[in-house]
Design a protein around this ligand. Structure first.
Ligand code: G5P
Ligand code: MG
Length: 220
């Protein structure tokens, strides 16, 4: 079997990790794992982890490292034979160090989108919680307002998308991102993409990724 390709996508809350990831999945066939989607599904199912995580998430705080490392390690063990893309994990340097003990990454992308752009765009986000599919009232509207394109089920606004939570999430991201990025920079894995629009960032990501793995579609 040829060597597997493993990458992480970093970026502030609302920077477009989910949006860019879904295009990478479409064009490069990686398996996508979003730590936020995994947590929200645990919350929906009322598992022990979900009940613990919910109070942190609602407040816009980070779920403790130990819980996250356990949860993501068990999800990753199901992806032993796939190329994959991790979105939202690691978020702190201890999480990155724990991941590094089990998995050798090929690439870490960081989306660098200004906070003021994010605060404005997050107001328009609607999510289909069971699948993690994301919409936006202007940027990416559902075919039928308020309904998921695939299942027709209702879309919701995330609890942590309220203005106060968003501000706190941005603060936590800013506080943790320096040491996290330094960790990957030192390993020569980090590549940053600056911009304000996913449609403008993604073609650059696509071109860069092709230096690692072949694309079967895209970049738009
Ligand atoms: P999540 O779920 O990982 P965040 O905060 O990192 O949450 P989020 O909010 O999911 O990130 P995103 O994926 O970066 O944002 O962005 P997105 O959803 O693609 O885009 C945001 C919106 O903008 C969408 O509506 C999209 O359609 C729209 N959009 C995209 N591009 C454009 C554009 O160019 N223009 C416009 N106008 N709109 C656009 O984590 C949630 C919580 O879980 C916990 C924490 O509590 C966290 O707060 N958690 C962890 N805790 C500890 N450690 C971890 N590793 C954790 N992971 C999750
Ligand atoms: Mg996301």
């Amino acid at each position: 079997m040829s060597k597997l390709f493993k990458m992480v996508i970093l970026g502030s809350p609302g920077s477009g990790k989910g949006t860019i990831s879904s295009r990478i999945v479409r064009d490069f066939g990686l398996k996508h794992m979003s730590s936020g989607d995994i947590l929200r599904s645990q919350v929906l199912k009322r598992t022990d982890v979900g009940q613990e995580a919910e109070k942190y998430m609602k407040a816009g705080k980070l779920v403790p490292d130990e819980t996250m490392v356990k949860l993501i390690s068990s999800e990753l063990s199901a992806l032993k034979t796939s190329n994959w893309l991790l979105d939202g994990f690691p978020r702190t340097r201890p999480q990155a160090e724990a991941l590094d003990q089990h998995e050798k990454l090929d690439l870490v992308l960081s989306l660098e989108v200004p906070d003021e752009v994010i605060i404005e765009r997050i107001k328009g986000r609607w999510t289909h919680l069971p699948s993690g599919r994301i919409y936006h009232t202007e940027f990416n509207p559902p075919r039928v307002p308020g309904k998921d394109d695939v299942t027709g089920e209702p879309l919701v606004q995330r609890e942590d998308d309220k203005a106060e939570s968003v501000r706190r999430r941005l603060e936590y991201y800013a506080a943790n991102t320096g040491p996290l990025k330094k960790f990957y920079e030192e390993q020569g894995l980090l590549e940053c993409f600056h911009g304000t629009m996913s449609n403008e960032i993604y073609p650059r990501v696509h071109k860069y990724l092709q230096t690692y793995i072949p694309a079967h579609g895209g970049p738009f």
